[in-house]
Design a binder for this molecule. Structure first.
Ligand SMILES: Nc1ncnc2c1ncn2[C@@H]1O[C@H](COP(=O)(O)OP(=O)(O)OP(=O)(O)O)[C@@H](O)[C@H]1O
Length: 612
């Protein structure tokens, strides 16, 4: 008997299926198979997979029991030991021979040289050029930010002076009292007091005295001892640069000025006041500005995105390439005929200009929700083969005054660019409502812009605006006048024949158990008042129910269930006696015994109590 174990990185669920010491995994009534990590129902596909990956093909001796099948990696203990030996992992903790670790540099280098040979400098340069052209704005922005930061850093470096040592105020007083302070400076506009002590001053003066004057230095350089002179000059300038102008700094204490001044006068200390140096002031202003900008930048960026035209539809909008034809829209024949005429005009098959006619600028689709208005508009675009810009009017409702109008302007300018084209505005009432009814200035401005844009088409610009609304009565009169949405097309709920046709469209891709014609006739009969969206939903629900059942085809029962769900909603709760009693309890709260007594009765009848 060969014993098997499952590798530790495989987690098994349902271990009752695992027979210990038997050597292989057994499957419960052939219902489950083991896959890596889980037990799954044995579908047809899995069966095929099991058959193809048998244990014997993995090289292990295993006798499947009762036709059970397994996949996944199952390793025999014996083979595992051999494997361990082979892979030098050792048995029972005894280390095997060490595997030589190598970077394998040579093959890598060879590969690199082969790849480098393939690379041509010209191609790389072209690639870089294309990248720069494509990302010109980004590259410019990044470069200018980097340059600005670099310049700022340089400025900080150049203007930096060695800082004086910060000492407590008491040090200044004690130094003054001991007569060590040579001179004091009060910085204007700040609380800083800078001072030097006598030893420092004397050192500096000694050093300066030891240095040749400018003219002497020149003479030295010109003379024979020039090298020496240059070195001394260098040393002098280096020492001066590192030497702080002021040796100590401290902060002024309030209300102690009189004492401080008195002490300085008494000791004969030199004191003065001076404004902060210009460079230092600029430096501190820049540091403040930058430290403020760092947290503000993300906020400003968000604001910029909201306000700027970078977020406008014109930049983002691309014509939709979704192909819908008039064959996909059924049950709205009158609307289809009207719109087909527009398609013919756009395609140029009707020469309307010959008779002095103009292309209608706007078509308003009016009708209840879900009757296929959007679908019709898409079909117009699909049939005409022109770019289709679909927007929802609510996209124009903006927080900032003027933004909605800007979006309308952008949309129309892009549509003109792609002319002949179609703009579809869904739920037009969101922006096309009557003006002056509220104080919403932004909405009025947006509508005004829409009116202007629709007026502004020249006759040779073939852009048609199709709009849809469920509430035509809410629209502003100016929108519906001839020249704008002059053509109104009513898209109503389909009749029985229409419903059959719509169902036929949606049942096309569904595997039905019965003849689709029979099903569509049945559903159409049972769904008076249903619109296209409802019928599409019924078909989808039926398919989902069939999938839930695990069926291969959609049956009549699935369709009937789906109709029930569409008509009455999903409701599992049956009116049981308990529920009824609870409801009665709610209705008659003054009868507390009612529910208890009713609960106790087991004849299935409701027991009512009278007040008497
Ligand atoms: N006449 C129809 N023929 C075929 N399918 C339809 C029809 N009407 C509606 N449908 C289906 O219903 C879905 C929704 O329809 P659509 O969005 O066109 O309705 P709508 O009238 O624009 O609704 P709303 O007014 O709420 O925007 C469509 O994608 C389509 O699947």
């Amino acid at each position: 008997m060969v014993s098997f174990s499952v590798l530790s990185n495989y987690r098994l669920m349902g271990t009752q299926n695992l027979v210990p010491n038997e050597g292989f995994l057994l499957f419960n009534r052939q219902k489950y198979s083991v896959q890596i990590g889980k037990i799954v129902p044995l579908s047809e596909n899995t069966r095929a997979l099991c058959a193809s990956v048998s244990l014997s093909s993995l090289g292990y001796r295993c006798k499947p029991r009762l036709g059970s099948q397994c996949i996944g990696r199952i390793v025999s203990q014996v083979d595992r030991i051999n494997e361990k030996k082979r892979t030098h992992l050792g048995i029972d903790g005894i280390p095997g021979p060490k595997r030589r670790f190598s970077l394998r540099v040579r093959p890598r280098l060879r590969l690199l040289s082969i790849r480098l040979k393939r690379v041509s400098v010209r191609a790389v340069l072209e690639g870089v050029g294309a990248f720069l052209r494509k990302n010109f704005r980004k590259v410019t922005l990044t470069t200018s930010i980097s340059v600005a930061l670099g310049l700022f850093y340089l400025f900080l470096k150049l203007t930096s002076v060695p800082n004086p040592k910060v000492v407590p105020y008491s040090d200044l007083i004690s130094n003054l009292q001991s007569g060590q302070v040579s001179n004091v400076l009060f910085e204007e506009g700040s609380r800083r007091i800078l001072y030097n002590i006598v030893s420092q001053e004397s050192e500096k003066s000694q050093f300066t005295e030891s240095m040749p004057s400018d003219s002497n230095v020149g003479a030295d350089v010109v003379g024979s001892d020039s090298l020496k002179g240059v070195n001394r000059l260098k040393r002098y300038s280096r020492t001066r640069a590192s030497m702080p102008v002021w040796q100590y700094s401290t902060r002024k204490i309030d209300h102690d000025e009189n004492f401080l001044l008195g002490l300085m006068r008494e000791k004969g200390t030199m004191y003065s006041s001076a404004p902060q140096s210009v460079l230092l002031s600029i430096r501190s202003i820049l540091i403040t500005v930058i430290s403020l900008w760092i947290p503000l930048t993300p906020l400003m960026w968000l604001l910029y995105r909201q306000i700027s035209a970078a977020n406008s539809p014109a930049k983002k909008r691309r014509p939709s390439n979704q192909k819908v034809s008039f064959d996909d829209v059924e049950g709205v024949d009158a609307a289809k005929v009207e719109l087909m005429e527009i398609v013919s005009c756009l395609q140029g098959s009707i020469n309307y200009s010959k008779l002095g006619a103009k292309l209608p600028r706007g078509v308003l689709l009016v009708g209840p929700p879900g009757t296929g208005k959007t679908l019709l508009a898409r079909a117009v675009a699909g049939e005409a083969g022109v770019p289709f810009f679909s927007v929802s009017a609510s996209e124009f409702v903006e927080l900032f005054v003027g933004r909605g109008a800007a979006r309308i302007r952008d949309l129309f300018s892009v549509a003109r660019k792609y002319s002949p084209s179609i703009i579809f505005i869904d739920e037009l009432d969101a922006v096309g409502g009557k003006r002056g009814r509220s104080f919403n200035d932004e909405r009025d401005q947006t509508l005004n812009q829409l009116l202007t844009e629709m007026d502004g088409f020249e006759s040779d610009v073939r852009v048609i605006v199709i709009a849809a609304t469920n509430r035509p009565e809410a629209l502003d009169m100016a929108l519906c006048r001839p020249g704008r949405f002059s053509r109104k097309v009513f898209v109503g709920a389909p009749d029985e024949d229409g419903r059959k046709k719509i169902l036929a469209v949606h049942l096309k891709g569904i595997p039905l158990e019965e003849d689709p014609l029979v099903i569509s006739n049945l559903v159409a009969l049972l769904t008076p008042g249903f619109v296209g969206a409802d019928l599409a939903n019924i078909v989808n629900e039926a398919a989902l129910l069939a999938a839930r059942r695990g069926g291969e085809t959609v049956t009549r029962e699935d369709v009937m269930d789906a109709i029930g769900r569409a008509k009455f909603g999903i409701n599992d709760t049956q009116p049981t006696q308990n529920n009824l009693t609870k409801e009665l309890g709610k209705l008659f709260p003054w009868m507390p015994s009612l529910s208890r007594r009713n609960d106790m009765r087991d004849d299935g009848l409701m027991g009512y109590q009278t007040l008497s």
